[in-house]
Design a protein around this ligand. Structure first.
Ligand SMILES: Nc1ncnc2c1ncn2[C@@H]1O[C@H](COP(=O)(O)OP(=O)(O)O)[C@@H](O)[C@H]1O
Ligand SMILES: CC(=O)N[C@@H](CCC(=O)OP(=O)(O)O)C(=O)O
Length: 304
């Protein structure tokens, strides 16, 4: 198989010229490397932000990086469930997913959110190809519980990714495409599972041996002692995040678990970025000192 690093960079777009020299250097360093970008549903708050995200992805691709998008859509699923008079219920940040809810999850994620992002990216050229984790056995999952106060709670058709077949994604990258992946997975018996998008992005980053995993959300980063304070933890090791996990609530729990798993499994760094800020994906990826929260492997902290 052709190494992914041989994909030729195409021409830069204007915004690359606006980067600081140190950012240009980082962009150069990341050429041919995979960056997995998780675009959270809470960061998709306006058309301008979605368009800015799409432009960033195309800029990265044109600069020779290999961006892979894993999208969320939690608020969009909840809005549709409410319209359909179906219950919206989470346990430890994971949606309780009945078979009826699963139909809505699949419909909203793959049929709507993914289609919209693909359309926005492709306004710049034929880059994006949408796919679901179900396609070509890309993500295989087993049913999982949520852990609440140390006890397992049944949350229905929610899966844990146990295998990623990244060949289809790699083939798309080799063709200069940008894969846009919905967090839905297939079970070994053909059943369909709802996967938290942060954990799906982390599994994809590990399988693709990504250089960076970035997660765009609706806060500046991981707050210490939230909700009492909004002081952002700027940098933490995997070990430090592991200690914090039991204190974390709602959507931040799977996000930090995803960052932890990714850096423990070889991804060089994981970042929580404020997706409400235009160009946050591009700036966060090329900045030497990314805004938000950066999670690094334990050994890196010992070295540096
Ligand atoms: N320690 C924390 N720091 C920051 N946000 C937190 C923290 N704990 C919980 N949260 C919540 O997590 C939310 C982000 O997760 P989530 O709602 O799942 O967003 P997304 O759709 O981007 O995945 C924040 O809006 C905030 O309400
Ligand atoms: C199991 C589980 O909770 N799945 C999520 C999938 C979407 C998601 O994670 O979207 P965000 O990243 O926007 O939160 C859900 O149903 O909301």
């Amino acid at each position: 198989m052709k190494p992914l690093g041989t994909v030729k960079p195409t021409s830069h777009v204007a915004v690359v010229g606006d980067l600081f020299p140190v950012e240009q250097l980082e962009l150069e360093r990341l050429r041919g490397k995979v960056v997995v970008i998780k675009f959270g549903g809470h960061a998709m708050v306006s058309q301008e932000l979605k368009q800015s995200f799409a432009r960033d992805v195309v800029t990265l691709r044109r600069a020779g990086l290999l961006p892979v998008v894993v999208h969320g859509g939690g608020p969009q699923i909840s809005a549709m469930l409410e319209r359909l008079d179906l219950a919206v219920h989470f346990e430890a940040g994971l949606r309780v997913t009945t078979p009826e809810v699963m139909d809505v999850v699949r419909m909203v994620l793959t049929g709507r959110v993914q289609r919209e992002l693909v359309g926005l990216i492709n306004a710049h050229g034929p880059f994006a190809v949408g796919m679901s984790g179900e396609d070509a056995h890309t993500m295989t999952a087993v049913r999982r519980a949520a852990w609440v106060n140390g006890e397992p709670v049944d949350i229905g058709l929610v899966g844990e990714v146990v295998d990623v077949n990244a060949e289809t994604v790699r083939a798309l990258l080799e063709q200069d495409r940008v894969p846009v992946i919905s967090p839905v997975a297939r079970g070994t018996g053909g059943e369909v599972y709802n996967i938290n998008a942060d954990l799906a992005a982390a599994a994809m980053a590990v399988a693709l041996d990504a250089e960076k995993l970035v997660m765009l959300t609706d806060v500046e980063g991981l707050y210490a002692n939230w909700p009492h304070s909004t002081e952002v933890i700027r940098r933490a090791t995997a070990e430090e995040i592991e200690k914090l996990l039991p204190e974390l609530a709602s959507g931040m729990l799977p996000k930090m678990e995803g960052c932890l798993r990714a850096v423990r499994a070889g991804v060089r760094s994981a970042h929580i970025l404020d997706g409400r800020v235009p160009n946050s994906a591009l700036r966060g990826i090329v900045s030497g000192d990314a805004p938000g929260t950066t999670v690094i492997p334990d050994q890196e902290a010992r070295v540096g």
